[in-house]
Design a protein around this ligand. Structure first.
Ligand SMILES: Cc1ncc(C[n+]2csc(CCOP(=O)(O)OP(=O)(O)O)c2C)c(N)n1
Length: 299
């Protein structure tokens, strides 16, 4: 397994956004997630905060996309297979210019383009409708195969939850992707170790990680595997560089993450999987992000 660690990867790279800019974007996205869920009075929160840095890195540093032409045939594709984390994707798309930031206030409302799970028929910029876990890697295989058949240069990225890896369809798709040697396909596992529930036991539920060693399992299916800290933009950048340039095999990036990342009282607490912050929770959470922001400005 290739490991990327903070400090090992190149830091700021000519022609690419500064890492500090990516970190600032991540803080802004986390603010928007918290505010939107509070306003909606509904939504998942731990998973979106977990996947934030991965999405920011993809949309601000990696993917070849154009907000003016969301249906541009040559654009890179992104499938958020863990679709319950939609608010993180909406916030990133808004900051990237695909929709007005103010529209985030409609999250999860009737007739909004921003439903609790992504609806590609409602919002330009979404490459796949998701929400029923386990189904996102299969269309990713189809897109990557289609790109090869058309001779199109785009790369397909699919974000999976580690709880989601318990779905059998993921492994059917993993098998086929390796068979077709889809080097233009990357699966990113948001490896936070916490799903919604644990496994039932006589004395209640365990809180064990839903799946052990996802990298080893993808490797056994014939994939190239890279591991990184999923909250360190330099490490994510280095891992995505390796994934995008690898040929002859699809790559799985196992990104070690923390559910609820960025808000101390939500981090690593499964109860924040889908809980709405009260006004007091929101104020405390935003104050923590302000402190992070101030530290970032000083550094
Ligand atoms: C097929 C299916 N079963 C159950 C659910 C309900 N559900 C939504 S999120 C979730 C837990 C997902 O855990 P994980 O993939 O680890 O995501 P994360 O921890 O990053 O939020 C479940 C069971 C669903 N959306 N789809």
């Amino acid at each position: 397994m290739t490991m990327t660690e903070p400090g090992v990867s190149p830091a700021d790279v000519a022609g690419r956004p500064a890492l500090a800019d990516l970190r600032r974007r991540s803080i802004e996205v986390r603010r928007l997630i918290l505010q939107s869920i509070h306003t909606a009075g509904a939504g998942h929160i731990g998973g979106p905060l977990s996947v934030t840095d991965l999405l920011v890195n993809l949309y601000f540093d990696r993917m070849d996309i154009d907000p003016e032409r969301p249906d541009w045939p040559e654009r890179d594709r992104l499938i958020l297979s863990k679709g319950h984390s939609s608010i993180a994707l909406y916030a990133v798309l808004a900051l990237r210019g695909f929709l007005p930031i103010a529209e985030l206030a409609t999250f999860d409302a009737a007739n909004s383009r921003l439903q609790g799970h992504p609806d590609m028929t409602a919002l330009p910029g979404l490459d796949m409708s998701t929400g029923s876990l386990g189904q996102g890697l299969s269309p990713g295989v189809g897109m990557a195969l289609g790109a090869r058949l058309r001779g199109a240069p785009f790369h397909t990225w699919v974000i999976l939850g580690d709880g989601e890896l318990q779905e059998g369809q993921i492994w059917e798709a993993a098998f086929v992707a390796a068979r077709y040697r889809l080097g233009n396909l990357t699966a990113i596992v948001d490896y936070n170790g916490l799903p919604q529930f644990g496994w039932p036991r006589a004395d209640g539920f365990t809180r064990e990680a839903p799946i052990e060693d996802p990298g080893g399992k993808f490797r056994a299916f014939g994939w190239n595997v890279v591991e990184c800290d999923g909250h360190d933009h330099a490490a994510i950048r280095a891992a995505f560089d390796l994934a995008e340039t690898h040929v002859g095999q699809p790559t799985c990036v196992v990104a070690r993450t923390v559910k609820g990342k960025g808000v101390s009282f939500m981090e690593g607490d499964y109860l924040w999987h889908a809980k709405v912050p009260t006004a007091d929770d929101l104020a405390r959470a935003l104050a923590e992000l302000d402190t992070l922001s101030a530290a970032e400005e000083r550094s």
